[in-house]
Every structure is written in C-alpha cells, then in structure tokens.
Design a protein around this ligand. Structure first.
Ligand code: DAH
Length: 352
C-alpha cells in the first residue's frame, strides 16, 4: 500500500470515529494519536524527506489537506461536546429558586424567664431594685432569722432537701446538716437587711425547692419572687396599694384583688392575696368556680425579724411578699398544667 493510501485510510477511519466520541477526553486521545507529536499522521509528514520529490509534492499536499480536515472535524466535535457537557452540568447543578428557603430556627424566651422579666419590669418601674440570692441556704436564713425557730411547726410543711456538709470544717453541724436547698426566697430578705440599711425596696426572683410531688398546680422546684420594703411609716395600706397595682399591671386593669388573713412566721399581720378570675366566677377550672385565684403571700415585717438584722422597729416598718412565678404565668397565659413548663415540649414552648 502506498503512503498516500495509508494516510487516507487512517484519516477515513478517524473521521468515521469522531462523530461517535462522547467525551472531550476520548476526542483528545484520538487527536493525540493522529495529530500529536507522536501521532501517526505527524509521523508520515516527518518521514516525507525520504520520498522522491515528485511523490513528496502529492503526498504532502494530500497529507496537509487531510490534517486540516481532521482538525476541523475534531474542533467541531469538541465544540459540540463542550456545549453538551456544559448543558448537562447546568441542568445537574441547577438552582431551583422555587424551593422554599430553609428557615433558621429562632429560639424564644422560656415562659418562666419571660414572666420573671415582666414582673421585674413592673417593680423596676416603681423604683424597686432586682437582687438575687443563693439557692443553697443555711437553716438560719431559710428559717431561724425569719422567726421560725427549729421547733416551729411551720418548718415541717416546708422541710426539704438537706445538703450534707462533708467538709468536716464545721464540727457543730456534722452529720445533721443545716444546709438546705432553700424552700422559699424569703431568706433573701435577711441577707439584704444585713447588708444594707433602709430605705429598702427590692424584689428577688429565684428557684426554690420543696418536697412536693408534682401535679398540675405544684412543682418540687419552682420560681418565687420575693419582695421587701423597709422604710419610715410603711403601712398595710402601702402593701395593699402596691400589690393591687402589681395585679392590675400584670393581669389587666379590670382585675380585682382580695386580701385574706393568713399566718406566716415572719410577717404580722399576714395575708394571702387572691386575684379575680377572668371567668368572673361563672365557672372555670382554674378558680374552681369561686371567681378568685390565690397568687401570693404577704404581710408586715415582723419586729422579731428586724431584731435578727438590727433594724429598729420603732424607727422603721416594712412589708414583704412572695409569689409563685409559674402560677402567675399559668394564669396570665392559660397554662393548664404547671408541669408543662418543665417538660421541654417545643410545641408548647414555641407558643410564647
Ligand atoms: N415564703 C412564703 C412561702 O413560700 C411566701 C411569703 C409569704 C413570702 C409572706 C413573704 C411573705 O415575703 O411576707 O409560702
């Protein structure tokens, strides 16, 4: 076979293949095999020197023509493949702007934190300071200095979780601990009166612990907000006015309050405060059809308590109150069961 026939056959074979190559890399391989430095057509052109001059002219022209033809065919196919590959990529990587976006999860304040904030804001607005106390308290602050000596019967109602002192530093309490998870925030009153002199206008929110089984209206751990006012000429009228104002602020101006005599060791006289129910007494599971809901305890600071902190009851008088934050939240936001506040069910919590 003559050289010319050979290159024609090679070219024809390549031209037939080109339209069927499906990727740029296969096409490139073919180009290199024929037209590359070591390609078959390149080899033929290199070997031209060995041909006689008359044959060289014919073969050279034919080879150059074929080379041009092959290059054109390869370029043409390369363009088509590049376009097809681009199309495939575009449709594979397409950005579907009709998909709904992914919403970032935005947290919300827990209802207990929220009610603490709401109540604190109301009292800040009338000049109170918000202070905090310790959740672990000694028997002295939780009971004794609140006029509740060790043999006092009201202790047993609140007996709680005693924390064992294993340090051995305090020989007098070894074994029989006098450290408790506080049962009430009232101990903050004592700390504040030890550290500051009147006038005192404070509230103290915080967790308290009781040996209670949880039920819809009780939690073994809940939040109290303690209030204390000590100043000259403070009367029961100030107490009533302040708490009535508070109830109207938190529940709405149409609410009424009612003070019922009660006993607390650290206040005298003492009262429990009820707020009128939204149902107005017409029948509802919150107020059990009485029309009233108990929300807090309060009273005038007992002179014996002043005795523990060295404040002269002849010069100063004061009032104190303690309310349960979860109950206030439940009443305000219609929570049927206090346990829901601690269960962490997002469907419930997200509502607030
Ligand atoms: N500490 C009381 C309790 O847990 C609530 C209370 C009643 C607080 C009367 C007071 C008060 O400050 O004056 O039941």
């Amino acid at each position: 076979m003559s050289v010319l026939d050979d290159i024609k056959a090679q070219a024809a074979e390549a031209l037939a293949k080109i339209p069927h190559l499906d990727s740029s890399s296969e096409l490139e391989q073919l180009r290199l095999a024929i037209l590359g430095k070591k390609g078959s057509l390149t080899a033929v052109l290199r070997g031209m020197g060995a041909l006689s001059s008359d044959v060289r002219a014919t073969v050279g022209k034919a080879a150059n023509d074929l080379r041009a033809e092959l290059e054109a065919a390869i370029n043409d196919r390369a363009q088509k493949l590049a376009q097809a590959e681009l199309d495939a990529r575009v449709s594979a990587e397409v950005l579907d702007i009709t998909l709904p976006g992914r919403r970032p999860i935005v947290g919300s304040q827990h209802l207990i934190s929220r009610i603490i904030e709401e109540i604190s804001d109301i009292f800040r607005g009338i000049g109170y300071q918000v202070v905090s106390g310790n959740e672990v308290e000694t028997d002295y602050y939780n009971f004794t200095a609140l006029n509740t000596p060790p043999d006092h019967p009201s202790r047993s109602l609140q007996d709680t979780f005693y924390v064992l002192d294993r340090s051995g530093d305090r020989a007098e309490v070894q074994g029989e601990s006098d450290v408790v998870l506080r049962t009430q925030t009232s101990g903050v009153q004592v700390h504040v009166m030890e550290l500051t002199r009147p006038p005192i206008y404070i509230i103290a929110p915080g967790r308290v612990y009781r040996r209670d089984a949880p039920d819809p209206s009780h939690l073994p751990q809940f939040t109290q907000i303690e209030g204390l006012v000590v100043d000259k000429n403070i009367t029961f009228g100030d107490l009533k006015g302040t708490l009535d104002y508070f109830c109207k602020q938190i529940f709405g101006p149409e609410r009424k309050t009612r003070f019922r005599p009660h006993f607390f060791p650290f206040t005298e006289p003492s009262a429990e405060v009820d707020v009128s129910c939204v149902c107005g007494g017409t029948g509802c599971r919150f107020c059990k059809n009485t029309g009233w809901l108990e929300i807090l305890g309060c009273g005038m600071v007992d002179p014996n308590v002043f005795g523990f902190v060295d404040i002269d009851p002849e010069e100063y008088s004061g009032f104190a109150f303690g309310l349960g934050a979860e109950r206030i939240a439940a009443l305000k936001y219609g929570v049927a069961d206090l346990r829901m506040l601690l269960e962490g069910d997002m469907r419930f919590l997200r509502q607030f």
